[in-house]
Design a protein around this ligand. Structure first.
Ligand SMILES: CCCCCC/C=C\CCCCCCCCCC(=O)SCCNC(=O)CCNC(=O)[C@H](O)C(C)(C)COP(=O)(O)OP(=O)(O)OC[C@H]1O[C@@H](n2cnc3c(N)ncnc32)[C@H](O)[C@@H]1OP(=O)(O)O
Ligand SMILES: CCCCCCCC/C=C\CCCCCCCC(=O)OC[C@@H](O)COP(=O)(O)O
Length: 272
């Protein structure tokens, strides 16, 4: 009986392996499916740990989430090469902004997440079962992207509480996932928040995933991700009139870094 199960299990695994070798679409679907299952199962276990250790919704739970998610990269053959971590060592709160390519970004986020840091996420993420629960328990700030005024109100509230709670806030200023190897124009919410709270902006750039991950061509193999934490940009003394300039400066620096880390010639070099 047990031998029968063993033979069946081995046959299924072999079949999956052959299918994955033969078809990139099957390989992609299975790997993404596995990522989602891993997230859902780990979230359930981590949620129990968070409730037992910290009793409810608090940024302290991010330490538990980070410890769990940092192991995921081994399942997918991903390696991170990180530079500039010392730039997180600012005194007090800060806004961290980074590029957002895929749901796989959660691994890159947790690889370097500083203490006392929560992310801004779309409210729909609350309804992803155990993943929603763990994100809630971690203290993620939920915004309604369909309502600019309510998103602005939530962000203004965060600007007020950041200092009291010594919080760093991680925002994806592109506002959505973008896996093209370039940046989408930045939304200004993160920069308004930094100016309102008078705290520095710390840009973080992840190299393009396109060499090992591309949902359009169903590519998903192992790969290396270069990460660079850039020096903080001060906002002391800036007002809302300076937000556009601050956004543009940050965008240009991050785009240049993205191209450099991804081995793609920058626009300036293109035109020369
Ligand atoms: C244990 C195992 C677990 C395994 C799984 C889990 C793993 C880890 C779990 C933890 C981690 C979870 C992390 C979750 C990450 C989620 C990522 C996302 O969801 S990304 C999507 C959501 N985020 C964003 O959208 C942020 C970026 N967007 C913005 O900043 C936007 O500006 C906005 C959302 C605030 C508003 O957007 P929109 O309605 O489109 O309006 P705009 O065009 O951007 O702005 C209109 C004008 O308003 C001005 N503005 C914007 N913000 C402000 C403000 N705060 N104060 C004043 N004014 C503001 C803006 O300048 C525009 O005016 P203009 O005159 O045109 O300049
Ligand atoms: C009972 C309901 C069950 C629902 C099951 C849902 C399954 C989801 C399971 C695992 C998914 C793992 C996701 C990890 C968190 C990813 C956060 C993220 O990257 O969100 C995307 C968001 O930034 C931008 O969204 P869009 O690009 O605008 O779209």
């Amino acid at each position: 009986m047990e031998l029968g199960w063993l033979v069946c299990g081995t046959a299924v695994l072999l079949l999956l392996h052959v299918l994955m070798e033969l078809s990139p679409a099957v390989n992609f679907a299975l790997r993404i499916g596995f990522y989602c299952v891993l997230c859902l199962v780990s979230s359930a276990l981590a949620a129990a740990a968070c409730l037992l250790v910290n009793g409810g919704r608090t940024v302290k739970n991010m330490r538990i989430i980070k410890a769990v998610v940092k192991t995921f990269k081994y399942f997918f053959g991903l390696r991170f090469e990180v530079k500039g971590l010392e730039n997180f060592e600012v005194e007090g709160p800060a806004i961290i902004v980074s590029n957002h390519q895929s749901i796989l970004d959660m691994m890159g986020l947790m690889e370097i997440l500083p203490d006392n840091c929560v992310q801004v996420g779309k409210k729909e993420l609350m309804y992803t079962g155990t993943v929603g629960l763990i994100i809630y328990l971690g203290g993620v700030i939920f915004i309604n992207r369909k309502s600019t005024s309510s998103a602005k109100m939530v962000m203004a509230e965060v600007a007020k509480t950041m200092a009291n709670e010594n919080l760093k806030v991680w925002v994806y200023p592109e506002g959505t996932r973008n896996c093209t190897g370039d940046l989408l124009p930045f939304k200004k919410g993160a920069f308004h928040l930094a100016v309102q709270a008078q705290v520095p902006v710390i840009p973080v750039v992840y190299s393009s995933f396109t060499t090992f991950y591309n949902p359009k061509t169903k590519l998903f193999t192992s790969g290396k991700i270069k990460v660079e934490v850039l020096p903080p940009i001060e906002t002391k003394g800036l007002t809302s009139d300076d937000v556009t300039d601050l956004t543009d400066r940050c965008f240009c620096t991050m785009r240049e870094t993205l191209f450099r880390l991804s081995g793609r010639p920058s626009e300036a070099k293109d035109s020369s």
